[in-house]
Each structure stands twice: as structure tokens, then as C-alpha cells.
Design a binder for this molecule. Sequence first.
Ligand code: UDX
Length: 450
Amino acid sequence: MDVTIIGCGYVGLVTGTCLASIGHTVRGVEKDAKKLKTLLDGHCPIFEPGLHELMQEHFASGQLQFTDNVKAAVKDAEVVFLCVGTPSKPDGTVDMGFLEGAGKEVCDALAEYNNDYMVTIVVKSTVPAGTNRKLYGFLKEQTRAHVQVVSNPEFLKEGTAVQDCMNPDRIVVGGESREAFLVMRRLYDPLVKPEEKFLTMNWESAELTKYAANSMLAARISFMNEMTILCEQYGADVEDIRKGIGSDSRIGPAFLKAGCGYGGSCFPKDVAALEHISRAVGHENLFVHVIQTINKNQKKRFVDKIENKLGRPLAGAKIAVWGLAFKADTDDIRESAALDVIRYLLDKGAQVKATDPKAMENMKQIFKDEVEWSQDPVTCAAGADAVALLTDWPQYTTLPFRKIAATMSSPIIFDGRNCLHRDVMRDAGFQYYPIGRPAVENTLRLKNRV
Ligand code: UDX
């Protein structure tokens, strides 16, 4: 099929590349001149495993094309994806400007071609309930194009986006027209066998499904994070509880890992949006409010624990931060736990050294020279009073811990992702504090130091 993607940001690029790889002809429209040049040079402007290679392959074959010209891009389009930003306004409502602007530009171009077939406009962006209906009304009123609108929320995870896109748990399509559902079914055909993976519903249900999915996942994480308090008080292990409840088929094992708080471009934004969406209809959504409060507290508590276990005020203490990205395999720092943790540490007067394999340049834009930057975790830890591990980069589990312990002024690790092995830490001579799991105190070594 002929597909146009308006907006080659993260979602647009992944969706377009994957659709090209299943045989569609995809034209991506990008208005940002710098980004377009990168794309036309055959490079991928974002870091996402597997995307660059797939993009290059289909760009070289001509299956995937890029332009800044909407009119040319929609000439033969049967499906047009709107993958533009939907930022929140200060009052929490969504700014429809980009969506309406892009939709109108597409419709005006289509109207000029006077094609007699129906074009399906697909809204990928996460938008509050009622937005697609409003957009459809707006386009019908403002343009004379022959279009139908569907909501098709994406469920991609950064770091595994290509894999998620090619192997979706389900495709959700919201709309009002049977014809539009058939077009979408045809578009996704290779990806939705068995048939139950293709779910159709009305616009509002599809829109709310996205918020509900992300809020449910964030709730599971916040629930487990709250359990870590009890675990630490009663001497239980949150990892055992995770296995204990995750093996109940009604609960399932996913998204139950405790840590120093969730982040990213979706969970924090979508949970907050659900609170606003509820308030818009006069409902105070206590549930989603608590999810966010727990997440905020978790980061504060992590820093309080560092201070408490160090047994000295943080003022003047040297803390090495390992991991700045909101999770492994990405350079994305949006709403990353590291943002809050570093801010709290600095507010308490700590000297922060930080490192990350991918996200350091992004974090430098935020903290500039308030933080000392290190190229690798070994250098970062040298001379520090403690390490705070905030991102579960796999390479952090295989470091030369004995050597690191010897270079620190006190060998203490606070593992905010529960990803290190306690026995390895004990053997290397570390005091080791995971979250909601038994600590390794190594008292003998501590006594020796005193
Ligand atoms: C999320 C959703 O998973 C995805 O469906 C949606 O489209 C966008 O938002 P993403 O933000 O890429 O994806 O990351 P995800 O892997 O879901 O992790 C989000 C945050 O939760 C990370 O900070 C991660 O560290 C944290 N997390 C995840 C936990 O703390 N515990 C877990 O068990 C899982």
C-alpha cells in the first residue's frame, strides 16, 4: 500500500521503517531541515537498536523515502499517519495545534488532487479521549478532502521499538467507519496473525486504552516500589515477592521490577494526563495520583537512604552516579530518575560525578558544570564515597568490582535498579544496598577502615 508518514520523530520513523519492511511504499515527511538532511544522507537521527540497519536497507531499495513536501508525499497515499507532537498546555490539556495543522495541510493537498478514493488518516499520537472525534469534525468542516480518521495508539518501548513494532501484542484501531477498519487490517496484515490481535473499537476507547495501558504498567511498578519499604523493614526480598506473585497467571511477571522510580517519555506524561482527563469530567482520580506520588517519593527516599547509610551529611560527600538514561539501551533522559536524584544530591551539597554509555551528552545540557562528567564507571567511582547506580545498563554488572572498591574512598554501592549480584559485591568488599532486598554490610571491612 502507499503510506505517508507526517513527522519523522521517534514514533514516525520506527512505524514508517517497519511498514516499509513489510512491503508498503512509505514516504516520510520531515520539516526540520537538519533532520531531513540526516535522513536523506541515509543516517538515523535517533539511537534505537536495529533501526539504523533496517532504515538503510529500505531507504536504499527506495521502499522508504523522505521529503519535506507534504503535497508530493500524499499524492498516491491510501493511508496517512500523523506522527506529530501533541504537547500538553500548562493547564494539562493537550495542544491540538500540530495535529490540526498537519491534518489540514494533508487534507488541502489531497483535495487538490481530487482523487475519488477515500484516504485514511491515522492518529498515532497519544491524545485525550475526544481528540480524534474533534479532529475529524475539524477536517470535515475546514477541508473538502475525502478522508476518514482512525486512532491507532502505539505501544513501542524504547530500546525494543523495532521488535515491538514487528511483533505487536495487539493492534488497537479506534474509529467509526468499517471501511477504515478494513484499510487498517490490510495495512497490518502480516503483523496481526492470529486475528484476535487486531482490535477495533470507537475513537474514545482506543484513546483511553493507551492511557490505561501505561497507567496500569506504571501502577504495577509503583506498587512494587511501595512494597520495598515493607521489605526493608521486615527483612523480606522484593525480588522473591516479584517471582512469588508474577508466577500467578492472573498477575503475570511483567513490569514488577522495583527500583528508584520509572521515567521516560510516556509513563510520567500519560499517568499525569489521565489525572487531567479525569479532572476534566469532574472526577478526582485518586488512583493515578498515588502512582505519581509514590514514584516521586521513591527517588527522594533513595537519596535519603544514601545519606543515612553513609552516616554523614551529604554536604561535601563525593557521589558517583552510574547511569543517566531513563532505562538501558537508550540515550533518552526524559523524566529519568537520574534527573531528580542528581538534583536532590546537589541540593544537599554533594559533589556529583556521573557517567553513562549513551546519555551523557544529553544530561550535560541539563547539569552543565554542576556535575563532573566521567567517560566510564571505573574512573567515575575513583575517590568517591559511594556509587549510586540508576540505570540498568548490562555492562555495569560485569565491571572489575575489586579494582573499583580499592580506588574508592569508601566502597559502598546503592543499587537503584537491583541489577548487581550481592555475592559479587560482598566478595569485592563492597557495602551493598539494593532496593527492597537484604543489604551486604561487610562490617568487618568497615571496622578495619575506622
Ligand atoms: C513505555 C511503554 O512500555 C510503551 O508501551 C509505551 O508505548 C511507551 O512507554 P518506554 O517508556 O520506552 O515504554 O519504557 P519501558 O520499558 O516501558 O520503561 C519505562 C520505565 O519504567 C523505565 O524507567 C523503566 O526503568 C521502568 N521500569 C520498567 C521499572 O521500574 N520496572 C519495571 O518492571 C519495568
